[in-house]
Design a protein around this ligand. Structure first.
Ligand code: SF4
Length: 169
């Protein structure tokens, strides 16, 4: 994209108060959700209507541990078809039922590695209880330049998925 086009788009976003880049955490900028309910007939759980409010809650931790400007790729899909490519994210959610998700960890920041399921069929309370200590640990103990998806593997939270045949192991 050219600088002129970028500026024009920025002005439109600012005019309609769609997003204030100074107010948005790197976690939110790195987030993506599929459309899911109410648009998609295959949806099993909320996605684009829910992920922003979940990030509101995770941002509290991110801010506390000094990760506000640290990009962590977080994605949510409303069913296993995975249109937001949640299985490639450093933190991924795949919808199972209303309010319930499988949580995946360990994907590569640049999409170079699939994640692996860490917890199955959990709701918001357990999602937050799981991710808050992990983000805290990452904030305190990561190496310079180390991405979250690499850290959870190095720290032993999850095994790396080396190829699609061990996505579940
Ligand atoms: S991941 Fe599932 S719910 Fe989301 S848009 Fe794709 S098919 Fe629909």
């Amino acid at each position: 994209m050219t600088a002129a086009k970028k500026k024009a788009i920025r002005e439109i976003l600012d005019r309609y108060h769609i997003v204030d880049s100074k107010q948005v955490s790197a976690l939110r900028k790195s987030s993506m959700a599929c459309v899911s309910f109410p648009t998609c007939g295959l949806a099993m759980a909320e996605s684009e209507r829910y992920l922003p409010s979940l990030i509101d809650k995770l941002e509290e931790t991110v801010n506390e541990v000094g990760l506000r400007d640290k990009e962590i790729v977080i994605r949510m899909s409303g069913c296993p078809n995975g249109c937001s490519r949640a299985a490639m994210a450093e933190i991924g959610f795949i919808g199972k039922a209303p309010g319930k998700y499988n949580l995946y960890l360990g994907g590569g920041f640049k999409g170079e590695r699939l994640s692996k399921m860490y917890k199955e069929n959990i709701g918001e309370e357990e999602i937050l209880d799981t991710l808050r200590p992990l983000l805290n640990d990452y904030g305190k103990n990561r190496s310079a330049g180390e991405h979250f998806g690499d850290y959870v593997i190095r720290a032993g939270y999850i095994k790396a998925t080396s190829d699609g045949t061990n996505f579940h192991d």
